[in-house]
Design a protein around this ligand. Structure first.
Ligand code: XMP
Ligand code: MG
Length: 176
């Protein structure tokens, strides 16, 4: 049976979203040039919706969806776009908004592509920065929460496409 253990409540998340939105606003407010907030689908959609409504500047918004092939943890894993961006990032500041950074491979790939396309700056904002399994050095400039390990769901995060709608974050515990 699958049990869900509460990890971050909706209220705690809302407080952290406010804090991070203020940090991001301070970082970008005086920046000249266009700013793009880029949602990594599907997991970040709830976080993204809450976050962008708290920003005190006007970014362009866009969405990508990335797919990984091969073993999730293998160094040979390939990442591709299953949905690419629709606006250009050339000479723009890009804020990547992700649900959770784990090994770092997904965002290492995305960051490299955005660099190739001429982004003026790239920063990463993640709801959760899960550090124990990190394989690629990555600067997560903005994060609401840090975790060492565990598989979590809710607030956009899924287990086999379920639980995304939960207002809080829960750890999945498999009972023997
Ligand atoms: P990387 O490339 O950083 O992958 O290893 C990050 C992606 O892996 C998924 N992921 C999770 N999804 N609960 C989830 O629902 C988790 O605890 C979890 N850890 C990693 C997620 O898709 C993330 O974008
Ligand atoms: Mg994700």
């Amino acid at each position: 049976m699958t049990r869900l253990r509460p990890v971050f409540s909706a209220q705690e998340i809302a407080q952290q979203v406010d804090r991070v939105a203020a940090e991001i606003t301070a970082r970008y407010r005086e920046e000249d040039g266009e700013i793009v907030a880029l949602c990594v689908l599907k997991g970040a959609f709830v976080f993204f919706a809450d976050l962008v409504r708290k920003l005190d500047f006007e970014p362009q918004l866009d969405f990508v969806r990335l797919a990984s092939y091969g073993q999730a943890t293998s160094p040979g894993e390939k990442v591709t776009f299953s949905k690419d961006m629709e606006i250009s990032v050339k000479d723009k500041h890009v804020l990547i908004v992700e649900d959770i950074v784990d090994t770092g491979r997904t965002l290492a790939y995305l960051t490299k592509v955005l660099e190739t396309r001429g982004a003026r700056s790239i920063a990463i904002c993640s709801l959760i920065d899960k550090r124990e399994r990190r394989e690629v050095e990555l600067d997560v400039a903005f994060s609401c929460f840090q975790m060492d390990k565990g598989f979590v769901v809710g607030f956009g995060l899924d287990y086999a496409e379920r639980y995304r709608q939960l207002p809080g974050v829960y750890e999945v515990c498999e009972d023997a």
